[in-house]
Design a protein around this ligand. Structure first.
Ligand code: ZN
Length: 181
């Protein structure tokens, strides 16, 4: 399916930590052919592109629905991110997480200026509905698996700060880019 170019005026503001919507359990999506849903997906893709993010969940634009975009690509915030075609996932479900955990730095568009070391499974099996309404099953590894788990947490009212093991493992964006970029 082609992606519609979304005018700048219909892009969304990203809500920030402290907004109660980020702490809600998001509601499932029932109607996949709804034109409003297709428009929302395009708006999220546009919003993500503008924000230099590698993933975005609907609650981050104030919409408490189980919809998230995974879109790894190298950019100013994540210079070493692998490139992939963006995947909108509706009603995603984690079928299996590898037991092996890897700690790496994460940031979040809803938590500006801060990165934290977060332990995540290094491989996950996901089921989700794609934007055409087809159920999909897919395995993700490495940094992309990390993004998927981060966005999935947003649908359950969690942010990466909840998974950081020590406040000594928090760092500012500025220091992160100085030390690791
Ligand atoms: Zn986030």
């Amino acid at each position: 399916m082609t992606t519609t170019i979304v005018p700048e005026t219909s892009l969304h503001q990203i809500v920030q930590l402290g907004n109660p919507v980020l702490r809600q359990i998001a509601e499932p999506i029932y109607s996949f052919q709804d034109p409003g849903l297709q428009q929302l997906i395009d708006e999220l893709l546009g919003t993500l592109h503008r924000s230099n993010g590698v993933g975005l969940a609907a609650p981050q634009v104030g919409i408490s629905r189980r919809l998230m975009i995974v879109a790894s690509h190298p950019n100013a915030r994540y210079p070493h991110a692998p490139k992939m075609d963006p995947i909108p996932m509706l009603n995603p479900k984690i079928l299996h997480r590898s037991h092996r955990l890897v700690k790496d730095w994460e940031g979040c568009l809803s938590v500006p200026g801060i990165r934290g070391l977060v332990p995540r499974s290094d491989a996950i099996d996901m089921a989700y509905t794609d934007r055409t309404g087809q159920r999909q099953q897919q395995c993700f590894t490495g940094f992309v698996a990390r993004i998927v788990q981060h966005e999935y947490d947003h649908l359950d009212g969690k942010v990466f700060l909840d998974r950081v093991e020590s406040s000594a493992e928090l760092i500012t964006d500025q220091e992160y880019l100085k030390q690791f970029a």
